[in-house]
Design a protein around this ligand. Structure first.
Ligand code: PSV
Ligand code: MN
Length: 426
């Protein structure tokens, strides 16, 4: 299904005057404080986040999966779903594929469809955390770190295949996340596992096209519970440095032990020019993969504050690959993604409001109270009119979620696809 411009604009018309009032009030207020509203709106309008192809159906937990009706059952349908979200939010102009779940049958047709929906191919993801049908070797005891050379070689070859698939689609990066680790003390030799991983990553790196990047994702635990080979940003950073200048660290918000200062990690990596990718989600306890901003919106704002600082002050760091990496067990996946995109835009807008010069001055004067005031004043500003204005500028919906419901997208998808379709993914 496709949302037409007529549908969008008719709906916007009803909400327009209310929005205009709210927007004028806010921008009057902001300009009194020297804020360049126009610039912020342009930055918001340009900010695009990739949707992972595996997040369009219902996710599961270890105890079960409750299917969501009308799920996409092909890559084409996944693209169409992202097309719907992008038409409404104008923030989801990219897809991130997971191989082998999403190997295209007809590359040209897929590329054409994506272009027609204004969707680009962001990072491609390899999967060596599951054994594939008819695979000769198993990843039960690791992939790039496995003590068996045959398993390592198979995992390396898979990553090279993923690069080749991504290259045909116009992707420019691969994300490597390894489940490799151990669940029991003594099960694995830490040094051997790390050395194998380093050598395997270097082999993959050799196959990166000139204009590609490799993102190395870390995670402290899960699926194994005693040790993980790439457990933290330091390990990822070290491996990226060993591989070379096209290798970077990827931060996934859910991949930290409780209370980790993620904003400081972001800041350190950007200073070193090594933050390449970013996965958004939210969590209370672990890698909960729930809606962005649903649990710790202030933490998200503080992280964005460092991201904005880095984007403004660290030319040594490349443009980031942004992606939502969440799982939708209870909500309609598309509604959940719309909420996540809104939360991302809100946190970004608030971070853009922080007056970095004033903050620097207050830091210089050791005025701790004022430092806090500057951050919290930005955080407490209701920036939703700015986010709406940015969407309007790109012909998106003023209120994406309301509009999604009023068009009855899910009902339509169920009518087209049926109740029992199941999307590939976890
Ligand atoms: C692992 O938890 C992860 O964050 C990686 O990015 C995977 O590719 C993704 O989730 C889906 O399993
Ligand atoms: Mn992730």
């Amino acid at each position: 299904m496709k949302i037409s411009q007529d549908q969008l604009q008719n709906y916007n018309k009803e909400q327009l005057s209310l929005h205009q009032n709210q927007f004028e009030n806010l921008s009057d207020n902001l300009s009194k404080h020297g804020v360049d509203t126009e610039k912020i709106i342009n930055q918001l309008a340009d900010f695009q986040v990739a949707i992972p192809s595996w997040a369009l159906g219902a996710g599961g937990t270890r105890f079960g999966r409750f299917s969501y009706q009308g799920e996409p059952s092909s890559l084409e349908q996944k693209l169409e779903d992202i097309g719907v979200i992008h038409a409404l939010t104008q923030t989801a102009g990219a897809i991130s594929l997971h191989i082998p779940w999403d190997i295209p049958e007809d590359y040209n047709a897929i590329k054409e469809l994506a272009t027609s929906l204004d969707i680009k191919f962001d990072a491609v993801n390899s999967n060596t955390f599951q054994d594939q049908k008819n695979a000769k070797e198993s990843y039960k005891f690791g992939s790039l770190s496995n003590t068996s050379k045959a398993s390592r070689d198979q995992a390396i070859a898979h990553n090279i295949d993923v690069i080749n698939i991504g290259d045909k689609l116009g992707s420019k990066s691969i994300t490597v996340w390894l489940a490799d680790g151990s669940s029991f003390p003594g099960q694995s030799n830490f040094q051997t596992a790390l050395s194998h991983t380093q050598d395997s990553l270097k082999d993959i790196y050799k196959h990166l096209p000139e204009d590609w990047k490799m993102f190395i994702e870390y995670k402290p635990y899960e699926p194994y519970f005693y040790s993980t080979v790439i457990q933290d940003w330091g390990t990822s950073f070290m491996l990226a440095n060993e591989c070379g200048e096209k290798a970077y660290t990827l931060v996934d918000l859910g991949h930290h032990l409780p209370n980790t200062n993620i904003e400081q990690i972001v800041s350190t990596l950007m200073l070193k020019g090594k933050l390449g990718g970013f996965h958004f989600n939210d969590s209370k306890y672990g890698d909960d993969d729930i809606t962005v901003g649903s649990i710790k919106p202030y933490a998200l704002f503080l992280i964005f504050n460092e991201l904005v600082y880095g984007m403004q002050n660290n030319p040594q760091n490349p443009d980031l690959s942004w992606m939502i990496d969440a799982s939708h067990n209870l909500k309609d996946p598309l509604e959940d993604l719309i909420q996540s995109l809104e939360a991302i835009q809100i946190a970004y807008a608030k971070a853009l409001l922080v007056n970095q010069d004033d903050l620097k001055q207050a830091q210089q004067n050791h005025d701790v109270t004022l430092c806090q005031e500057i951050l919290q004043n930005a955080y407490l500003t209701d920036v939703r009119p700015l986010v709406k204005e940015a969407r309007l500028k790109r012909n998106g919906a003023l209120n994406p979620l309301q509009q999604y419901r009023s068009i009855a997208v899910r009902k339509q998808l169920i009518k087209e696809r049926g109740k029992n379709t199941v999307a590939t993914g976890l």
